[in-house]
Design a protein around this ligand. Structure first.
Ligand code: ATP
Ligand code: MG
Length: 325
């Protein structure tokens, strides 16, 4: 079934170790408040959560960085935080993962993007978001583009991780082209920004919105893939299809459709971050696109078995690959 064998994957992980990847994108912090509900508030008809635990994790493009670190890649991050107390938290989380945060700029009058979730008895009670999706002002855009240009030139690949929070713009995408290998996880509303990248990897819903093609069978899937390549003038388009796996379309006629490989599915959030991270790292390590996609599919299969946005280690990916080969 699969053409990626365990020894190929091992070699790839070895080659990937220490490759340098620049992640440019919308950085977020996820705040988690865990507790139990014992009563209803006397103030309003809402539950009162007695807090037992409080923690922070990196989200958005930060989760792409985490996924790369789980595979022992070197990571440089370019993005923004606000001028608030959470900016330091974000830096601390990046540094704990040994991510180079010298390209994380602090922006005045902008909040650090934060999603606060209150969870009681494993059930999300409410979520509160702090964010601004306004684009950066010209001077900040150009600071960031300067950083991206010089960092891209010394990295093996660049990942553009778009969560539509106002960071990515044409100037920054053009600066990323100082690296020969640029991958994008795009949001449909910003698709025009990503023209000229090496590879785009939207999910099926996003691909349908971008191309205007309803994906209902193999033929429409292929039309959407080819349309993506034409629209963006990119070398590869990979459409991720949730439980149906993923499909590759290449400008030089490359085609590959693979089923998903997850054994248990617990939480699919963040699987797209794992996919773009593994694709970029495998290509940076010299893998052919088909192998890079298969490895990404196994990595995604490993993370969907975990709660929350998660990462997969080489051992976990190999364990999933083992019985398949
Ligand atoms: N329900 C599932 N069962 C098995 N594998 C899954 C499932 N959902 C996701 N995957 C794996 O994860 C990959 C990416 O998932 P998906 O296409 O949902 O991306 P996404 O929508 O960008 O994810 P997200 O936005 O949550 O990060 C799939 O190609 C597949 O390998
Ligand atoms: Mg996605």
């Amino acid at each position: 079934m699969t053409s990626l064998m365990v020894p190929d994957a091992r070699t790839l992980f070895e080659r990937a170790r220490g490759r340098k990847i620049l992640v440019v994108g919308d950085l977020m912090i996820d705040e988690w408040i865990w507790g139990t509900v014992t009563r209803i508030s006397p103030e309003a008809p809402v539950p009162v959560v007695a807090v037992a635990d409080h923690s922070f994790t990196l989200g958005g493009a930060g989760n792409v960085a985490n996924n790369l670190r789980a595979l022992e890649a070197g990571v440089v991050f370019a993005g923004v935080v606000g001028n608030d107390a959470f900016a330091a938290h974000v830096r601390e989380l990046l540094r704990n993962e040994q991510v180079d945060d010298s390209g994380v700029f602090e922006i005045r009058d902008r909040p650090t993007t934060r999603k606060t979730r209150i969870v009681a008895h494993s059930q999300q009670v409410v979520r509160a978001d702090w964010e601004s999706t306004a684009s950066l002002e010209a001077a900040r855009r150009s600071d960031l583009a300067d950083f991206v240009r010089s960092a891209a030139a010394r990295c093996d690949a660049v990942i553009l991780s778009d969560y539509a929070k106002g960071l990515l713009c044409r100037e920054i995408v053009e600066a990323a082209s100082a690296c020969a290998l640029v991958l994008a996880d795009p949001k449909p509303e910003n698709i025009a920004l990503f023209r000229g990248v090496t590879c785009v990897a939207p999910n099926a819903g996003e691909a349908a919105t971008i191309t205007g093609i309803a994906i209902s069978d193999e033929a429409s899937l292929e039309r959407a893939g080819l349309r993506l390549i034409e629209l963006l003038d990119c070398r590869y388009a990979i459409i991720t299809r949730g439980e149906h796996g993923m499909a590759l379309f290449g400008r030089a006629g490359e085609r590959l459709t693979i089923p998903s490989v997850a054994r248990t599915v617990y939480d699919v959030s963040g699987a797209g971050d794992t996919v773009i991270a593994v694709l970029a790292l495998a290509l940076a390590a010299g893998a052919p696109i088909e192998q890079a996609m298969e490895l990404a599919n196994f990595a995604a299969g490993a993370v969907v078995a975990k709660l929350g946005t998660a990462t997969a280690s080489p051992e976990e990916i190999l364990a999933l690959l083992e019985p398949a080969t």
